[in-house]
Design a protein around this ligand. Structure first.
Ligand SMILES: CC(C)(COP(=O)(O)OP(=O)(O)OC[C@H]1O[C@@H](n2cnc3c(N)ncnc32)[C@H](O)[C@@H]1OP(=O)(O)O)[C@@H](O)C(=O)NCCC(=O)NCCS
Length: 217
């Protein structure tokens, strides 16, 4: 696919009438549909206090399974969602990256967000940037979205740095109190980043010129 991660069927023909879910392939990663065997490593990631520091409390196994159930329901309903991420020829599960429609209302909804969460041992290798670029390309080029947003707790420096690497723009006028966190919660203050389709095309072509064959091959 021009300008983005390759989109392939999800491991062969779908059962019954269910449409095949998309898989995005980058140079190092596969963003793929969830498998039953992902439930243990995703629960370990969601139980890690360091991974969850800017997301609220670490999750129990039950809460982690419920999250994956919601992600799979989102894929079934909309055809896209937060993909399970694996390293091609390497770790079978390193985290999740994807696109989603939020469950809450705010001044910027309705919208499609991009989000990410990687297990600690797979951070700081450029995987989040690589996977997120493929998800953005899918959102703009395949789903035809005009804008994709991202939000995070104000002090989530690493997530904000990733949004900036991706060419997303920040306007303090978009700051908001996350409606799903209780009043006064230490993580309640959130920032919003936005990326429009035209701006992504410019970012993508700059990256492609600088790193031919790296991610956008
Ligand atoms: C947000 C999060 C996904 C960002 O992960 P990350 O590791 O910072 O981002 P990347 O995977 O893109 O890695 C970038 C880093 O890898 C380095 N890197 C190493 N090898 C690299 C390579 N081959 N290519 C590109 N970058 C590479 C980069 O220099 C950069 O380093 P820096 O952070 O010192 O500047 C991660 O911090 C996370 O999962 N946090 C917990 C969950 C969370 O808060 N999610 C967001 C909720 S809104």
């Amino acid at each position: 696919m021009a300008g983005g991660g390759d989109v392939a069927g999800a491991g062969g023909p779908a059962e019954g009438d269910a449409p095949a879910l998309p898989t995005l392939v980058t140079e190092r990663l596969s963003l793929r549909p969830w498998r039953a065997e992902d439930r243990a490593p995703v629960a370990a990631m969601n139980a890690d206090p360091e991974v969850m520091a800017c997301l609220g409390e670490p999750l129990s196994r039950e809460a982690s399974d419920a999250l994956v159930d919601r992600i799979e329901a989102h894929f079934a309903r909309r055809g896209f969602g937060f993909w399970a991420v694996e390293v091609v020829g390497g770790a079978p599960f390193i985290g999740m990256i994807g696109l989603a429609v939020p469950r809450f209302e705010a001044h910027f909804t309705p919208c499609v967000e991009i989000g990410w969460r990687l297990a600690r041992e797979h951070q700081r290798r450029g995987y989040a940037t690589e996977g997120a670029r493929a998800a953005l390309a899918y959102g703009f080029e395949t789903l035809g979205l005009e804008e994709i947003v991202a939000w995070t707790a104000r002090d989530n420096v690493r997530s904000r740095a990733l949004m900036e690497r991706l060419g997303m723009g920040y306007d303090p006028a978009d700051d908001f109190a996350h409606p799903m966190l209780p009043e006064g919660h230490p993580l309640q203050e959130h920032v919003l980043y936005r990326l429009r389709r035209e701006a992504f095309a410019a970012v993508a072509s700059r990256i492609q010129a600088a790193m031919p064959g790296r991610i956008f091959s």
